[in-house]
Design a protein around this ligand. Sequence first.
Ligand code: SME
Length: 166
Amino acid sequence: MYDFKPDAALDPAETHRQLVEAADALTSGEPDGIANMANIAALIREFLPDLNWAGFYRVAPMRDGAGNELVLGPFVGRPACIRIPFGAGVCGTAAQSQTTQLVEDVHAFPGHIACDSASRSELVVPVLRDGAVIAVIDCDSPSPARFTAADAAGIEALAALLSTRI
Ligand code: SME
């Protein structure tokens, strides 16, 4: 049994340090990227309170083969939209720009894609390998302005760890 739990009442930076440590332990030596993404999605929910969705979109071929787009990967939460073009919504913006998107109010984000109407704020971090985006990590919360700079830095550290593990 895996029993990765954050210590109670940690400050956000320490919570994220422990999240990355647990992610390292869970994925170290495991070459199956789907298994690793599934466990990391579950781990994010264990460590970060007040989320309604956490998981991955992967860069994968479009159905007609005319390039790549984001395709739903392992996640925890309600069923979500499957394919997101680069540049669309918060996830597509993070993938296209290769930059973290910290959105305090999703209703104010032009083109936001509402997969779960309960979502009010969102944090999306690209996962890069050799300078190219290979996936994004998406965290949604039902609370406005749930995510802080500490959350962004923490999920960026997680994305760096996962660069060669998913
Ligand atoms: N809201 C995202 C879509 C993915 S769901 O939140 C799981 C977006 O605007 O890209």
